[in-house]
Design a protein around this ligand. Sequence first.
Ligand code: PEP
Ligand code: CO
Length: 441
Amino acid sequence: MTGLDHWRTLEAKQQPQWPDAALLEQSTRQLADVPPLVFAGEADRLRDHLAAAGRGEAFLLQGGDCAETFAELTADSTRDKIKTILQMAVVLTYGASMPVIKMGRMAGQYAKPRSKDTETRDGVTLPAYRGDIINDYAFTEASRIPDPRRLLDAYHNSATTLNLIRAFTSGGFADLRLVHEWNRGFMANPAYAQYDAFAAEIDRAIRFMMAAGADFEALRTVEFFSSHEGLLLDYERPLTRIDSRTGMPYDCSAHFLWIGERTRELDGAHVDFFSRVHNPIGVKLGPDATVDQARGLIDRLNPDGEPGRLTFISRMGAQKIRDRLPALVEGVQEDGRPVTWVCDPMHGNGFTSENGYKTRRFADVIEEVRGFFDVHRSLGTVPGGLHVELTGSDVTEVLGGSEEVDLQALTQRYETRVDPRLNHQQSLEMAFLVAEMLRGS
Ligand code: PEP
Ligand code: CO
């Protein structure tokens, strides 16, 4: 067994029980032969960008669905997500006076960790839905059986999504002038009057660029990176390829992979596998993460202290971040090897509403980001980016925002299969609020 298969000897949490070993073998063999979705050189560029974010010379915006679904893969939904991220990025770029690294939780975000292996509805208990790459959401016995043919469906859907991403971001859709016009449309809504002054500044800045003869043709394309949770090892392993330039393995399913809060054990399969590929890697750190764990992760994932290789994505909850994050950041500072710190203000702030919806409050999300900035400012360390669950449409899944989603609204367009996402407007409002925090530096 080569090192890339050593994880098979370790405990791998959150993996499905495939009922048909022969079918799994057939699917993983096919996956091992398909073309890579991304190239090693692109992942290397991203690592350089993330290194800059770790130094305070760039800012990461990573956003997209909690769980992508095969059914929702349409040109419109992909375009609207990209559009939302690009609109947010313009606002953040202005606030930060720094380049914003744009990254989707897209083109592969199909596998989900679950807190329970089963789901019970009206007295019927079935295996939990684990994401479209594993089983189907419909609540029937047949749908919930893990089906390895879905690995190939996920690959093809990811390829389609990436093709759209590459077309949208290089075909004129990302033109700064166009993105700015969309933001003007958003600002026309009186609900956002509190951001008028800030929006007017951005508008003046862009008019200044035009007057000064800035090369807008060069600003018609943007780099856009793909990412997902590196959860399902039967998918990640066969898509790992040896880079012809360097002889090093890269997981070519996405540019950036992160290890989730539930699978980050130092001696577990996920940390072992991702320690052997050369992509930039993230790890989620929840409120119970310890300094020893964080340092252990650096030892395993970035022993040589390569800038940009390792990103810690904290997800503490608005109530805990000011209490829990400082010790972790200080412990990592003392270690000395560089880490890029990113804030996920979503996963520590979930609760079930009184009318039964799994939701989050926009105010808590913003408060966690504020805590993240405050902690880093007080320690003299760098807040390097934002990791958010969002969608480009007008769903009603997260409570609050100036165009308020209330308890009654949750019953209208609650469409997520797993976690609640910021809608298009809440996402843009967040960008204005975070831009103000960035400017406060
Ligand atoms: C997620 O990002 O959707 C997720 C499950 O996050 P975490 O591992 O932080 O719980
Ligand atoms: Co989620």
